[in-house]
Design a binder for this molecule. Structure first.
Ligand SMILES: *[C@@H]1O[C@H](CO)[C@@H](O)[C@H](O)[C@H]1NC(C)=O
Ligand SMILES: *[C@@H]1O[C@H](CO)[C@@H](O)[C@H](O)[C@H]1NC(C)=O
Ligand SMILES: *[C@@H]1O[C@H](CO)[C@@H](O)[C@H](O)[C@H]1NC(C)=O
Ligand SMILES: *[C@@H]1O[C@H](CO)[C@@H](O)[C@H](O)[C@H]1NC(C)=O
Ligand SMILES: *[C@@H]1O[C@H](CO)[C@@H](O)[C@H](O)[C@H]1NC(C)=O
Ligand SMILES: *[C@@H]1O[C@H](CO)[C@@H](O)[C@H](O)[C@H]1NC(C)=O
Ligand SMILES: *[C@@H]1O[C@H](CO)[C@@H](O)[C@H](O)[C@H]1NC(C)=O
Ligand SMILES: *[C@@H]1O[C@H](CO)[C@@H](O)[C@H](O)[C@H]1NC(C)=O
Ligand SMILES: *[C@@H]1O[C@H](CO)[C@@H](O)[C@H](O)[C@H]1NC(C)=O
Ligand SMILES: *[C@@H]1O[C@H](CO)[C@@H](O)[C@H](O)[C@H]1NC(C)=O
Length: 384
C-alpha cells in the first residue's frame, strides 16, 4: 500500500482514467494529514470523547461523549490512516452507543476491524448489534426503518441520510446468514427511492409516514434551506447509498437512481465547483459551502464509477465520467477548504445551517477526505 502511495506521489498526482489525466490535489497525501490526525489521536480526553466539529475561527476540535451519530468517524479515520501507512493507532473503541438509527456510520470502525481480523468477536458483536438495533426500528407497514424518535410515535420520520445505514445490514447478514436484514435494507431503499427522490433526481431530506397506515403525511426539510430545496449532504448520501444498494443487489433501478441523483448534484454545482450547503440556498448573502457534502459526494461518485465499471460489458465512459467528476470535486473543494493551521484537515463544513452551525471543520468531512485518498490508491491498482 505504501509502495502504491509513493507511486501515486511520484506520478506528481496524475491519475489516469481511461486515457484522461486529471490531477489530484497534492493535499490529499500531505504529511499534515497523518500528523494532525495522530496528534489528536494521542491526546483524546479521558474518559473517551471524540472530535465532531471545530469552532469557526481557530479551527480547534470540540469533543463529545461517544454516544452520538458521529462517534464512529474519528476511529474510522484512524483505520483509514492505518490502511494507508501501516500505522497502528491504539485507540479504544466505544461500543456503548444508544443512538439506534445512525448505526451505519457507527459501525465503520468495527467493519474496518473485521477487514483486518474477521474473527475479532468484539467487532462482530458490535456490527451484529448495530444491525439488530436498526432492524428493531423497521416498520413493515411503512416499509422503512425509523429515523428520529418523535413525540407522537404515529409520526414516522425517515431521513435520506439513512441510506447510509443499509451497509451494516448487509455486513451483518454476511456474518450471520440472516437474510431478513437484507430484506429490510431492500424495502427501506425502495421506499426511499419512491418518496425521497424527486422526478428530477433531487431529494427531500425528510419524509414523514403514518406509522399505522404507511401513508406519506409530509415531505420536508430539517437541515436544508426549504421543503422544496435539496440539502447537499443528503443528496450525497443518496448517491452513495443507491450505488451501494446496486452493488449488493444488482437491481438496475438502484443504479438508475444513483445516476439521477449524481446528475442532479453535478449539474447544479456553481461554475467554481464549490458545493453549497444547499443546492437552492440563495446566492446572497454568500451561501456557506459544505466541504463535508463535497467529500461524501466524492466517495459516492467513486462507488458509482465502480458500479459502471462492473457492468458487462464495462461502462468505461460512465465510469470515467464519474471518476473525473469526483476528482474535480475533490480538487475544487480541497482548494477552498484545506487549512494547514486548523486542527481539522478541512474547513468550510456546514453541520446545520438553520441552527447557525456553518463554516467549521467536521469529523465526517475529514473522514471522507482521507477515505477518498485511499479509494484513489485502490482504483489505481486496477487502471482501465
Ligand atoms: C452505557 O451508557 C448508558 C447510557 O449512557 C449508561 O447508563 C451505562 O452505564 C453505560 N454502560 C457502560 C458499560 O458504560
Ligand atoms: C478487536 O476489535 C476491537 C474493536 O472492535 C479492538 O478494540 C480490539 O483491539 C480488537 N482485538 C484484537 C485482539 O485485535
Ligand atoms: C434475523 O434478524 C431479525 C431482525 O433483527 C430478527 O428478528 C430475527 O430473529 C433474526 N433471525 C435469526 C434466525 O436470528
Ligand atoms: C425493490 O425494488 C426492486 C427494484 O426495483 C424490485 O426488484 C423488488 O421487487 C423490490 N422489493 C420490494 C420488497 O419492494
Ligand atoms: C394515521 O392514520 C390513522 C388511521 O387512519 C389516523 O387515525 C391518524 O389520524 C393518522 N395520523 C396522521 C398524523 O395522519
Ligand atoms: C415544511 O413542511 C412542514 C411539514 O409539512 C410544514 O410544517 C412547514 O410549514 C413547511 N414549511 C413551509 C415554509 O412551508
Ligand atoms: C460490493 O459488495 C461486495 C460484497 O457483496 C464487497 O465485497 C465489495 O467491496 C463492494 N464493492 C464496493 C466497490 O464497495
Ligand atoms: C470558507 O471558510 C472561510 C472561513 O474559514 C470563509 O471566510 C469563507 O467565506 C468560506 N467560503 C465558503 C464558500 O464557504
Ligand atoms: C454508462 O454510464 C452513463 C452515465 O451513468 C449512462 O448515461 C449510460 O447510459 C451508461 N451506459 C450503459 C451502456 O450502461
Ligand atoms: C452562518 O452561521 C451564522 C451563525 O453562526 C449565522 O449568523 C449566519 O447567518 C449563517 N450564514 C448563512 C449565510 O446563513
Amino acid at each position: 500500500m505504501l509502495g502504491l502511495l509513493q507511486l501515486v506521489q511520484s506520478l506528481a498526482y496524475v491519475f489516469l482514467a481511461s486515457g484522461t489525466s486529471v490531477s489530484l490535489p497534492a493535499e490529499l497525501y500531505s504529511p499534515l494529514v497523518a500528523s494532525k490526525v495522530l496528534k489528536i489521536a494521542s491526546s483524546l480526553p479521558q474518559p473517551m470523547m471524540y472530535p465532531q466539529y471545530t469552532d469557526r475561527v481557530r479551527g480547534d476540535w470540540e469533543y463529545f461523549v461517544p454516544d452520538l451519530w458521529t462517534s464512529g468517524f474519528f476511529p474510522a479515520t484512524l483505520y483509514e490512516m492505518r490502511r494507508r501507512a501501516q500505522l497502528t493507532p491504539e485507540v479504544p473503541l466505544e461500543t456503548n452507543n444508544t443512538v439506534g438509527h445512525d448505526v451505519g456510520f457507527l459501525s465503520y470502525p468495527f467493519v474496518n476491524e473485521l477487514e483486518i481480523d474477521k474473527d475479532n468477536q468484539t467487532a462482530r458483536d458490535a456490527v451484529n448489534r448495530f444491525a439488530s438495533d436498526l432492524a428493531a426500528r423497521f416498520n413493515p407497514i411503512v416499509g422503512c426503518t425509523r429515523s428520529w424518535d418523535t413525540a407522537n410515535p404515529i409520526d414516522f420520520e425517515v431521513i435520506i441520510d439513512n441510506m447510509m445505514n443499509l451497509e451494516v445490514l448487509f455486513v451483518s447478514a454476511s456474518l450471520t446468514g440472516n437474510k431478513t436484514l437484507e430484506d429490510i435494507a431492500i424495502s427501506h431503499a425502495n421506499k426511499t427511492m419512491q418518496n425521497h427522490v424527486r422526478p428530477d433526481g433531487s431529494s427531500f431530506h425528510v419524509v414523514e409516514y403514518n406509522a399505522t397506515t404507511g401513508k406519506v403525511i409530509a415531505k420536508f426539510t430539517a437541515q436544508g434551506y426549504s421543503n422544496s430545496s435539496t440539502w447537499s449532504r443528503g443528496q450525497a448520501w443518496g448517491i452513495y447509498g443507491f450505488s451501494n444498494m446496486y452493488n449488493h443487489t444488482k437491481h438496475s433501478d438502484y443504479l438508475v437512481t444513483a445516476r439521477r441523483m449524481a446528475s442532479y448534484f453535478l449539474l447544479h454545482l456553481p461554475s467554481n465547483g464549490i458545493v453549497p450547503w444547499d443546492s437552492n440556498a440563495p446566492l446572497e448573502p454568500p451561501r456557506p459551502a459544505d466541504s463535508s457534502a463535497a467529500m461524501a459526494a466524492v466517495n459516492g461518485l467513486f462507488l458509482l464509477a465502480q458500479q459502471e465499471a462492473s457492468l458487462s460489458p464495462p461502462n468505461k465512459s460512465g465510469s470515467a465520467y464519474y471518476t473525473n467528476a469526483a476528482i474535480k470535486l475533490l480538487r475544487d473543494n480541497t482548494a477552498l477548504a484545506w487549512r494547514p493551521e486548523w486542527q481539522s484537515l478541512l474547513a468550510n463544513g456546514t453541520v446545520d445551517n438553520p441552527q447557525g452551525n456553518n463554516l467549521t471543520g467536521i469529523v465526517y468531512g475529514d473522514y471522507f477526505f482521507v477515505k477518498a485518498g485511499n479509494d484513489l490508491i485502490k482504483l489505481g491498482e486496477a487502471p482501465c
